[in-house]
Write a protein that binds this ligand. Sequence first.
Ligand code: UD1
Length: 375
Amino acid sequence: MTEYHLACVVGARPNFMKMAPLLRAFKQYPHVKTTLIHTGQHYDRNLSDVFFQELGMKQPDVNLEVGSGKHGAQTAQVIERLEAVFEQGPPGGAKYDRLLVVGDVNSTMAATLAAAKLGIPVGHVEAGLRSFDRSMPEEINRIVTDSIADLLLVSEPAGIENLRREGHPDGSMHLVGNVMIDTLVWLLPQARARDTLARHGLEPRRYGVVTLHRPANVDAAMTLSSLLDVLVETSRHLPLAFPIHPRTRRRIEEFGLAGKLREGRILDLPPLGYLDFLALTSQAAVIVTDSGGLQEESTVLGIPCLTARPNTERPITVQEGTSTLVDSDPEQLRACLRAVLDGNYKRGRCPALWDGRAADRIARLIADENHQLGG
Ligand code: UD1
């Protein structure tokens, strides 16, 4: 069978756990040759390297080392450097047959633009998600990426509806499930076997987990301060583990809020690796977050998730799952935390196709596509 060359691009933390199961799944199809390209958007050891080790991913074949920067500069650098990589082509092959991107970070959109200009078809994993909030950089990234991609791989039914509304043909979209959950299902036993809780003096179901990093929550002093007040108050009843994103850490220091963290029982942690983090989230009583991925993971784990956002591009986590949108509003957060502590919080169920097999479905589609093209 003719070789099929797939360029797989990752850039930031949430990309790694989505790409890892795909790379594993493609191993079932020896004619599909993957080139793993890391843009270097995230470069810290604990936002990047540790994931490659824990997720059993091969080291990137190419690292573009773009690093941090304003959105325009970061996007432009990915396009410029990736264009050169695409023009050079895969090792031993004439050209890339397809680019595969995941999620909605700047690297996802930039890679899509670079490929489109060179006539390389694009597959987008996690296509169709829309928050309908264009103040979020991720929403712009999603819209641009989907407008170009011809293979739209969708994780929940709302994604199909959104893509239809935007005029995409039915033949381009496939409801395949959630690749992030593939990684969770695969690594949950390993995560639970770790001594993470004991190391941090925590007992199963008797603590909460907090993550906050979105500009809307952490870039304004008043908002961040009032959210921290509710967390400090809650931590007096339920200790809270808080792995702090670099952006958030910088803001806490800039706004002089570091002292607050020491007022209650908040465990101030650096960003954690995948396994330690899953060990914490999977045994928590509640999760407070503004992360998209964590809304999905908590839904599968059946753990109450209070989402500090006014909207979500993942509506199934609210409709069927355990997530409630509390905006950046301390009062809503406080009320929901009280419901959790009183045992009055809703229960959820696991969405269809979030079963640990999404990457297999995608790999089969792409391998078959090659077959249909006469490869
Ligand atoms: C990015 C994604 C977001 C995702 C998040 C997960 C975009 C638009 N946003 O946001 O969707 O949820 O990743 O973390 O792509 N920094 C470091 N070390 C690093 C990387 C970044 O210190 O390894 C610092 C940067 O200097 C920057 C800040 O963190 O000031 C933000 O980094 P950036 O990658 O621009 O966006 P995130 O907020 O991480």
